[in-house]
Design a protein around this ligand. Structure first.
Ligand code: RB5
Length: 144
């Protein structure tokens, strides 16, 4: 599975911890920036990450900012993106299984690295259920 990850300055340090953790697990992970803790604009990185997903160059993405909220709002503007803000393991599992989420968003000012890595593991390890009711509900997104 190919992963893509991005952050703004608020999520930069946590992003590095997530990359190290996921690489140790053997995942290929493309970091689309930012590249320092210098102040920057999170929509730029949200957009860049969605392009990796929609092109098929990555299967799943992770976006980190201070709260995760701005990243999730920006990513969900893009057709084909189902970005889920998760700060607990239950939600990470449910959003893969029920919503077929393709982007996980987290806030570095909300949770620590240990929990963030566990949430990321759960997200990438949980398949979509493929249940008919979930497919039907997701197909309704395009009509909203
Ligand atoms: C940056 O200060 C902060 O606004 C950003 O990281 C994020 O939390 C936005 O939603």
């Amino acid at each position: 599975m190919k992963l893509v990850i991005g952050s703004d300055h608020g999520g930069y340090e946590l992003k590095l911890e997530l990359i190290e953790h996921l690489k140790e697990r053997g995942f290929e992970i493309n970091d689309i920036g930012c590249n320092s803790t210098a102040s920057c604009d999170y929509p730029i990185y949200a957009k860049a990450l969605t392009e990796e997903i929609n092109s098929g160059r990555a299967d799943l993405g992770i976006l980190v900012c201070g709260t995760g909220i701005g990243m999730s709002m920006a990513a969900n503007k893009v057709d084909g993106i189902r970005a889920a803000l998760c700060h607990d393991v239950f939600s990470a599992e449910a959003t893969r299984s029920h919503n077929n989420a393709n982007v996980l968003c987290m806030g570095a000012r909300v949770i620590g690295a240990g929990l963030a890595c566990l949430i990321a593991d759960t997200f990438v390890d949980t398949p979509f259920s493929n249940d008919e009711r979930h497919i039907r509900r997701l197909s309704m997104f395009s009509k909203i």
